[in-house]
Design a protein around this ligand. Sequence first.
Ligand code: SF4
Length: 61
Amino acid sequence: MAATPTPKCPIRIGEPCTLCFPGASGPQDCGLVYLVQSDPEWRDQLADKRREVRSREALAG
Ligand code: SF4
């Protein structure tokens, strides 16, 4: 039995996708994700944030 993993929201780092964006069926067709990915500055900020969260997780064990 294949378990479907809950997709993580790429924008709200560390949180599962709650389908908060109207019309989205997951991160793959979320308009907000698309918007952020298409803007270089936002994408950079997101990458920074992701690094920050990851290093915090590493510290916490
Ligand atoms: S719908 Fe989009 S913004 Fe909302 S939680 Fe899911 S991936 Fe994130």
